[in-house]
Write a protein that binds this ligand. Structure first.
Ligand code: KG4
Ligand code: ZN
Length: 340
């Protein structure tokens, strides 16, 4: 089969991104225009602003991705786009643009699930990785322990009952005065803190082995901060950050290892923005090494939102001939494994 070049577009949250990916594994360009500096002013993503910024930037970002790949639109074999889950207005910018491009250039259109994109980021840089394998997806909106049965086929083993792991990072960071986005800031400030300083709870979800819950942990941090304030005790930002982070990493690692031990898997992957966390990567690496399991994780730039991961996932849809029509719509609450 001849080479397949896919132009992929991602606009589900606050990154406007475009990428050209060759055969699902080789990134020819990866352009990301982040809006973090704007949303930081408001302490989180403001959906209306996100949509407007995507509209302003998407044309330039796509042009730049083609230029960096040394291509024209006519050179690509398909146009792929994230159609959910995410912020509806933000998604619509990418979906509408992709539909217009595909129609104008006479190229097939591929609709990609954002979480499937995160998982597929592991195919970049790891040419030997093939399903089946279990994958822990930890992002700002999702905490899913998933079995990747085949390309495009997923079974959800467990998920968060309340806050996503990234959301907990962002909320705790705000509470201790680190601001948005919380994950990278907690990751950094934890280097100076003691992870054993405060014994925050590791939540168990009664009736499920693999489900997660982070709202109790978040409340425990808030209670700790409030009682310290009432007693006039000065808190150590880095100790709170490090202890909170350790609690999250412990729970994520414990659940993932439980699944690996039960199912006898020999490979395991992580994905999503929180997967760029150094402490999580280290803990997973260590536990996998103990069990002789090959541990896969995307390079940090492919953990947080990007379009290269969308191009990687789209390749397998292209091979199956799964194309979207001009009626493709954004689906903000799209579930993994759901097609629409
Ligand atoms: O995957 P992503 O870029 O967007 C979503 O699909 O949600 O994930 C963003 C989330 C944010 O909550 C951010 O705080 C978190 O990932 N994050 C991190 C780190 N880098 C990003 N969390 C912990 N440690 C990090 N280094
Ligand atoms: Zn994401």
């Amino acid at each position: 089969m001849s080479d397949v070049k896919i132009l992929a577009i991602e606009s589900s949250c606050d990154e406007t991104a475009a990428s050209v990916v060759l055969n699902g594994r080789t990134v020819l360009s990866n352009v990301i225009s982040s809006q973090i500096d704007i949303h930081t002013l408001y302490g989180g993503v403001v959906p209306e602003i996100a949509s407007r910024k995507h509209t302003e930037r998407i044309n330039r970002v796509i042009r730049e991705s083609l230029t960096q790949a040394g291509m024209k639109l006519s050179d690509v074999d398909a146009v792929a786009v994230t159609y959910g889950p995410g912020l509806v207005g933000a998604l619509l910018v990418g979906v509408s643009f992709a539909k217009g491009l595909a129609y104008a250039a006479g190229k097939p259109l591929i609709a990609v699930h954002h979480i499937e994109g995160h998982i597929s980021a592991n195919y970049i840089d790891h040419p030997e990785l093939e399903p089946p394998f279990p994958c822990l997806v930890v992002s700002g909106g999702h905490t899913h322990l998933v079995r990747v049965k085949d390309y495009g086929e997923y079974e959800v083993l467990g998920m968060s009952r309340d806050d996503a792991a990234g959301e907990a990072f962002d909320k705790v960071a705000r509470a201790i005065g680190l601001g948005y986005p919380g994950g990278p800031k907690i990751d950094k400030v934890s280097d100076e803190g003691n992870p054993e300083a405060i014994d925050f709870p590791r939540a168990k979800v009664g009736d499920s082995e693999y489900d997660f819950s982070f709202s109790g942990l978040k409340s425990a941090v808030l209670n700790y901060l409030n009682s310290a304030k009432m007693q006039g005790i000065e808190i150590s930002q880095s100790d709170v950050a490090a202890s909170f982070q350790k609690a999250v990493v412990d729970v994520l690692t414990e659940h993932a290892m439980l699944a690996l031990d039960k199912n006898g898997d020999k490979k395991f992957a992580i994905a999503g923005g929180v997967a760029s966390n150094r402490h999580l990567r280290e803990a997973m690496e260590k536990e996998c090494a103990k069990r002789d399991i090959v541990f896969y994780r995307p390079a940090p730039i492919y953990c947080t939102d990007n379009a290269a991961m969308i191009g990687a996932a789209a390749y397998y849809e292209y091979l199956k001939g799964e194309f979207a029509g001009p009626d493709l719509n954004a689906v903000p609450n799209l579930r993994l494994g759901q097609r629409s």
